[in-house]
Design a binder for this molecule. Structure first.
Ligand code: 6GU
Length: 246
């Protein structure tokens, strides 16, 4: 069954890149089905209002609960017999990692993304829909975006490329960054010498065992230098699903 993704947003055009490249191909091949909805379609006033001032005062505007309630009622009931996982992207959520992407690709068949803007969505929307559906708040990392749309692009791409039947290159998925808990080794192609920079000779040697060892060493050095947090976890995990070595 194709992964179904619904996105509810006040900026449907922001999600146009979901039709491009790998994600576009996944949809044409029937592995992925994306439906983008304009939240304002569930407003009833002339100005299609989705926000209002916060109770208790303070800066900015808050998204009103009624349009979200009606939108989620309708979208989440649109596939009879199926239950969506509701995902609200936000900087206050659990961090979305490669593991999250893999679990979602493997276990979910329907994700409804809720894109907040302004200072956020009225808290009662979370309470109402967490009572009715599995619901996660997920963050890309420790920085603030203006809304959930860019996060939906990132998460959907990360999930979709892990769908069974995707990419067409299982080996490159296996070996890449954040599999096995280490960063990628550096890669080179022709020419062997470029502007005085040489390709490491071992890669030209034809010794596959030495090449694998060199690449593994590069991964260890890079991870230690750039991501001590990953390195520590790698060292603690004795059963690191170590790739790049036989
Ligand atoms: Cl998921 N949303 C927003 N608005 N900001 C973020 C984020 C998500 N992840 C990091 N910053």
């Amino acid at each position: 069954m194709a992964l179904r993704v619904d996105v509810i947003t006040i900026f449907p055009d922001y999600l146009a890149p979901l039709q491009l490249s790998l994600l576009g191909r996944a949809q044409r091949e029937g592995l992925l089905e994306v439906h983008v909805h304009d939240l304002r379609d569930w407003t009833h006033d002339r100005h299609r209002t989705v926000d209002d001032t916060p109770y208790g005062g303070g800066a900015g505007m808050v998204m009103r609960p009624e349009p979200w309630g009606e939108a989620l009622d309708e979208v989440c009931a649109s596939l009879p017999g199926r239950t969506p996982h509701v995902v609200v992207p936000g900087p206050g959520g659990d961090v979305f990692t490669q593991r999250t992407a893999g679990t979602m690709a493997l276990e979910l068949d329907w994700v409804v993304f809720v894109c907040g803007r302004y200072e956020g969505i009225d808290e009662r929307v979370y309470l109402e829909f967490a009572r009715r559906y599995p619901l996660s708040v997920l963050s890309l990392g420790d920085y603030v975006l203006n809304g959930g749309e860019v996060a939906v692009l990132a998460m959907t791409e990360a999930i979709a490329r892990l769908l069974p039947g995707m990419v067409g290159n299982e080996a490159s998925l296996e070996e890449e960054s954040h599999t096995g808990g280490l960063l990628e080794y550096p890669v080179y192609t022709k020419p062997a010498s470029w502007r005085g920079h040489e390709v490491p000779p071992v890669l030209l040697s034809g010794h596959h065992g030495q090449i694998a060892d060199w690449r593994h060493q590069q991964r260890l050095e890079r991870t230690a230098a750039r991501r001590p947090d990953l390195m520590q976890r790698y060292r603690e995990d004795e059963d690191h699903g170590d790739v790049g070595r036989s």
